[in-house]
Design a protein around this ligand. Structure first.
Ligand SMILES: [Zn+2]
Ligand SMILES: [Zn+2]
Length: 161
């Protein structure tokens, strides 16, 4: 059946000069239980605008799967930059082919990407935030050696349907 997950992530304490130059990249890696290869917790990569995602099932085996980003909304408020995204995907029950666990529609891990352009130097940088990270963690612009944002919050993942 068609399921939807809502993912929210926030960068906080955006530094004044870089604030308007920090952006969320429209790509996500999400852990999903994949009914095609019948494995739980597969890293599934997707990009806004694509009608399918890629399940990275093993070191050298990848396949397309039925998942897409259906919403990607960025809001900024004071020193916060938040992204709310919705991922629609096809979910069907199965047992993990190797370990036997039950498939679930709720994901436990996500990675989101952000980038910035340095207002002082002609350079750019990028970073990512993911579920299992030590926090708080700061992002530093290498060009001007400034702390530009803080990753203080675990991204939230919630099943909508
Ligand atoms: Zn798969
Ligand atoms: Zn900079």
């Amino acid at each position: 059946m068609l399921r939807s997950l809502e993912i929210r992530a926030t960068l906080s304490e955006l530094e004044n000069a870089h604030r308007d130059h920090v952006f969320w990249e429209p790509t996500i890696e999400l852990s999903l239980d994949c009914f095609i290869c019948e494995r739980v917790g597969r890293t599934t990569g997707m990009e806004l605008g694509d009608e399918r995602a890629v399940c990275v099932s093993g070191r050298d085996y990848k396949h397309f799967t039925a998942a897409r980003i259906s919403a990607f909304d960025v809001t900024s408020q004071d020193t916060l930059l938040t992204v709310r995204t919705v991922v629609d995907f096809w979910w069907a029950p199965f047992q993990d082919a190797k370990r036997g666990g039950e498939a679930r529609p709720l994901s436990r891990w996500v990675r989101l990407h952000y980038g910035w352009r340095c207002p002082h130097q002609e350079t750019s940088g990028k970073g990512s935030i993911q579920t299992n990270m030590r926090r708080p963690r700061s992002a530093r612009c290498g060009a001007c050696d400034t702390e530009i944002a803080v990753d203080a919050e675990v991204p939230s993942i919630r099943l909508l349907v």
